[in-house]
Design a protein around this ligand. Structure first.
Ligand code: FAD
Length: 266
């Protein structure tokens, strides 16, 4: 495997950085290639703005998607963005690793997605017709590649359970798993989440590191989240509503967009 880890933590001595070393070591032990984009260490620019599109006319209002598409097509994106796109294309597996901050990813990682998932690259691609609505949700530039989140959270596992006050962790991670990873084509694996990490001692760290090593060893064999592909008949086009006759027994909320295991997958 060729694995890209995109890591978002500002502290080299943090739990997250320690766990990223566990991931890299386990992959190297297994004979795999690994690259780590350590966003804070790289001084990653997190906000998308006019500087991202150096050749966009200075006298025109900045329309981000248009500017992004023009710059991507002409290879006029900034060097840092193009370097990350190259790494993503090199990888067959991508891991986004971060501490849960305000129920989501740190801003630097969101900014990575805003800037690197360019128009014409990760969105705004493919045929739009009465049969297709672009290459997305199961199709797109990352089709055939796997992706997984590695997340640490201060809250308890029960706080993130089906009836937990924070909401189910799979629902909280849904915008990332479905909207950021599945959208441009990744096959998305269930997230690795470590809960209640703020008072970790060595024993707790070792147990989590063991659990993480096992997930890394089984990356290529793990069943993905069975998100429903967009252009394969489950949705009415162009409304993009799940067909009425698909009952999805027992599925509701975000889970409507996952096929029950009894249904055939793409
Ligand atoms: P660290 O602070 O680096 O370490 C955590 C513990 O692990 C410490 O006890 C440390 O001593 C120990 N440790 C670190 N490295 C090792 C090692 N190598 N061996 C043994 N022990 C080690 N939590 C939620 O659940 N939901 C939220 O919405 C949320 N929002 C937050 C927003 C902000 C802005 C912040 C700052 C925190 C938030 N938290 C939230 C908590 C956050 O998720 C955790 O603090 C974070 O996941 C801990 O990861 P870390 O890498 O920063 O850990």
């Amino acid at each position: 495997m060729r694995v890209l880890v995109v890591l978002a933590h500002p502290e080299p001595q943090s739990l997250n950085v320690a766990l990223s070393k566990v991931i890299a070591e386990e992959l190297q032990t297994g004979g795999h290639e690994v690259q780590v984009s350590d966003l804070y260490a790289m001084g990653w620019k997190s906000n998308i703005d006019r500087a991202d599109f150096p050749t966009f006319p200075k006298d025109k209002p900045l329309a981000i998607a248009k500017a992004s598409q023009l710059a991507y097509t002409a290879a006029h994106l900034t060097e840092d963005v193009m370097a990350e796109q190259k790494k993503l294309l090199w990888a067959d597996t991508v891991i986004l690793q971060f501490p849960l901050w305000w129920f989501s990813m740190p801003a630097i990682l969101k900014g990575y997605v805003d800037r690197v998932w360019s128009c014409g690259f990760a969105y705004g691609v493919g045929e739009h017709s009465d049969k297709r609505y672009g290459d997305r949700y199961g199709e797109g530039v990352f089709a055939g590649k796997r992706a997984m989140l590695v997340v640490t959270a201060g809250g308890w596992e029960s706080h993130y359970s089906a009836r937990g006050i924070n909401g189910p962790i799979d629902d909280l991670l849904w915008p990332i798993n479905h909207g950021i990873l599945y959208y441009p084509g990744f096959t998305v694996l269930p997230a690795f989440v470590a809960f209640r990490v703020d008072r970790y001692d060595k024993a707790a760290f070792d147990a989590t590191a063991d659990r993480l090593r096992e997930r890394i060893r089984t990356l290529s064999a793990t069943d993905p989240i069975p998100f429903r592909p967009q252009n394969m008949g489950d949705y009415e086009i162009p409304a993009m509503v799940l067909r009425d006759d698909i009952q999805s027994e027992g599925q509701e909320g975000f889970k409507l967009h996952q096929a029950p295991s009894s249904e055939k997958q793409l």
